[in-house]
Design a protein around this ligand. Structure first.
Ligand code: OSB
Ligand code: MG
Length: 363
């Protein structure tokens, strides 16, 4: 049983401004969730919602309200033996993910096993890629790509949007003919837009991520029929049922699984198993998580179905200093899967406290 829940809104500046098709950000505010059980054991989770409702419907404010008014009170009353038995609400995936992750961390710590082992992970290192935002100029983009390739990252993903697509992608491809490269539109193209994707189909990309709006699965299936580059879904997949529908329709040949977007590790695990049964390659996407959420992403990426590099870059790609006492590091494009119990990282409470904008405890 959980005896105490702590919620902290923590704000950290990004080392490099990040622009997607819908918005730009310089700093992030995520909510750290701490669960403390009746024996005093502790688990940490992270609610990594964007501040505004542009990637998905949730916001930091909506997550804070749902966590405060529903998830925290519900978990204090709940009897659960395993994280898969936590009480649930509809939707509100990011908010739920913070609690699910904290429950998994607690569960694994109490048993003295690394989270990756608890989830069924097999890898000791995971392959890392980077996600690069829209830059003011193509030269700026080439500089960012050069920096990350020099650091050893195994794959580069470029954000695209109408007006920033064929030209920058062609420039990067010409400079790096053998780079594992893909694009992510975050659903910015009108349903049925084919010509841009016909061009991008000639650039040797490993995938095109989320070209159309999240619910427009039929448009994704029609595009996949017309191009050979695999389509990868991100925003479209919030529940395991969404994945089943997408695969049935032929709307994706690759899937980006995100712990945050799917309401936590429990649901991501189910989606993993379904994708493996369908022979669909997976990778783990990110939301610029702080060290807590990223440690969960690293653990998930150690599962056998994650056969493509994940967005689990080292802390240094995002933050000058992370919320964990040790940063997550990437060497030669690989991130070690932690071997310590639970998430395998400790939270730097002094640093977190110094960057907390609002906190509330429940018991
Ligand atoms: O679509 O994958 C996305 C960041 C914020 C919102 C959406 C996305 C992203 C990223 C960053 O691509 C991935 C990372 O955490 O490195
Ligand atoms: Mg994406």
């Amino acid at each position: 049983m959980i005896e105490r829940v702590e919620l902290r809104r923590v704000r950290l500046p990004l080392v490099h401004r990040f622009q997607t098709s819908s918005h730009a950000k310089r700093e992030l505010e995520h909510i750290l969730v701490t669960l403390i059980d009746t024996d005093g054991a502790t688990g940490w989770g992270e609610i990594a919602s964007p501040s505004g409702p542009f990637y998905c419907a949730e916001t930091v404010e909506s997550c804070w309200a749902v966590a405060r008014d529903h998830l925290a009170p519900m978990i204090l009353k709940a009897a659960w033996e395993h994280p898969s038995e936590l009480p649930v609400v509809r939707g509100n995936y990011f908010a739920r993910a913070g609690f699910d992750m904290a429950a998994w961390d607690l569960w694994a710590r109490v048993r003295g096993v690394p989270l990756a082992t608890a989830l069924g992970g097999e890898r000791v290192k995971v392959e890392a890629g980077v996600s690069l935002g829209i830059e003011p100029t193509i030269d700026d983009l080439l500089e960012q790509v050069g920096l990350r390739v020099a650091e050893g990252y195994r794959r580069v993903k470029l954000k695209i949007a109408p007006g920033w697509d064929v030209e920058p992608v062609t420039a990067v491809r010409e400079r790096y003919p053998d780079l594992l490269l893909h694009v992510d539109a975050n659903g910015a193209y009108p349903s049925g837009e084919m010509s841009v994707f016909g061009e991008l189909d000639q650039r040797g990309l490993s995938m095109i991520e989320q070209p159309y709006a999240p619910r427009d699965l039929l448009a994704h299936a029609a595009l996949q029929d017309r191009i050979t580059t695999p389509i990868c879904l991100d925003e479209s997949i919030e529940e395991v049922g969404d994945l089943a529908t997408a695969l049935h329709l032929g709307a994706a040949r690759i899937v980006n699984l995100k712990v945050s977007r799917m309401g936590g590790l429990t649901s991501a695990l189910q989606a993993h198993d379904l994708a493996v049964r369908h022979g669909i390659p997976l990778w783990c996407g990110g939301m610029h998580e702080f060290g807590v959420g990223r440690a969960a992403n690293v653990a998930l990426s150690s599962l056998p179905g994650f056969t493509l590099p994940s967005d689990v870059s080292g802390s240094a790609k995002y933050y000058a200093r992370d919320v964990t006492t040790e940063p997550i590091v990437c060497h030669g494009g690989l991130v070690d899967v932690p071997t310590k119990p639970g998430l395998g990282f400790d939270v730097d409470l002094d640093f977190v406290t110094a960057h907390t904008t609002r906190a509330q405890n429940f018991s």
